[in-house]
Design a protein around this ligand. Sequence first.
Ligand code: XUL
Length: 544
Amino acid sequence: MNDYFLGLDCSTQSLTGVIIDFDSGEVIFRNKINYDVDLPLYKTQNGVVIHEDPKIVHSYPLMWVESLELLFEKFAQNNIPIEKIKGISGSGQQHGTVYLNDKFEKGLQNLKSSEPLSKQLENTFSRKTSPIWMDSSTTKQCKEIRESLGGIEATIKITGSNTYERFSGPQIRKFYQENSEAYNNTKIIHLVSSFMASILLGKNAPIDNSDGAGMNLMNIKTKKWDNRALDATAPNLKQKLPSLANSYDIIGKISPYFAKKFHFNPETLIIAWSGDNPNSLIGVGLVNKGKVAISLGTSDTYFGYLKKLYLDLNAEGHVFGSPTGDYMSLICFKNGSLAREMIKDRFNLDWNQFSKILNKTPMGNFGKIMLPYFFPEIVPLVLNPKVYRFGFDENDLEGNVRAIIEAQFLSMRLHSRWIGEKPTEIYATGGASANKDILKVAANIFNTTIRRFEITDSAALGAAFRSAKSYYDFTDNDIEKKWEIILNKFLKFQDSIVIEPDKGYNELYDDMLELYRKCEDFILRNGEDPEHFRKKFIKKYFPS
Ligand code: XUL
């Protein structure tokens, strides 16, 4: 009987499940629950609760729980032999926190399979909503924690990152300051990943140290909770946090609730869940140095594997744990898919029309530059959203289409320079990576080959690979367990989606990068007016 493994991804807009057949090296099933569409009662937009203050972005943890049950119902409807699943791991959108009261763990242990999960767990939250990674309302708390840790450099050295609005520590501090009673009634604070793992496990699951690194609470060197960071954040916090584990740890067996209700084998192993970016690192096969990945999703991220701890003291990038036990670098841009959609929808385009326009506009866009802060931006830090245009206006259809895409990759190239290495190849993943024309712009701006995988659900896939690796590591001495062997089995490159940069545009994009940097400097750091440089750029590349 073939061994199946399940990878789940509880992301901002949907819950995805991918089942791999280890023996045939194939993905045998994938399905998605879209929160807005499939769970309309929560009235989310793009998976989040709309708040009048754009800095406040929350979601419903109970909705994620409901989506899990809906997904498993789909498995049953599609006659998936669920009993063949040997191991399950998962991925959660990073940084989001879930606040539970003292009924949570007991509730999990006494679940009745005759009743829906959501009904049985609805009273176990000490806070009904979870602040997620898109929230940018904790500037005050970031400052307080950073100062109490001794400034930016000290904070980075302790936790791997500067304090960031979306990181869990500042979010927890804000909750404690604004609602101390509910904070005191909180028995345990989970990350999205450890919360969903707890549901599957039927008891509190640990936080894995890859996702734990996105909290400003864990010591990046020792991979343990850091007392200085805990004290700077909120009182009695240690008692309210789960323990820390390695991403590859087996944390138990599936809860009897799921075994009974959906016919999982009661011996199915649960492997620690992790964040979406650490999972995607594995999902695209980055277990060695040299290559990096870009994930074009709700957020755009740029990430790579690091053998050794390497910190960004300029405070824009982060270092998280890698599920291999090493490290990874990550830079997160909030104006990803939703910003692209703003331009597409503004001109009533579909993606085909968008691509056609992108193709017919010239590289360098006649010197039209956009700083695309449709939403508060993480890198560079922009708390009050505003779109800046140099040399065109919001009604210029062609100018806007090319400008948004060029801006996103110029910004990515600019703000990833701290990693030091120019990538030899970039792997692309995430929803928008299905668009070859967008990838072509990225290939030209980075002057690097871009490869795209057949399967774009890299976080769910990474979780499935991780569960296979841990399962065989711990249970079977006969299976070769090297990461490379597992990854090569599944990650077949599609020749048709290897995208090469066009020749002869290297200098244009080097110059445009410098121009983009000057525009950013002008708007964000009171730098020199870039108009004179922009004119020079136009004269050089677009002489009339
Ligand atoms: C990473 C980040 C996002 C979320 C959601 O730091 O905030 O990528 O993990 O995808």
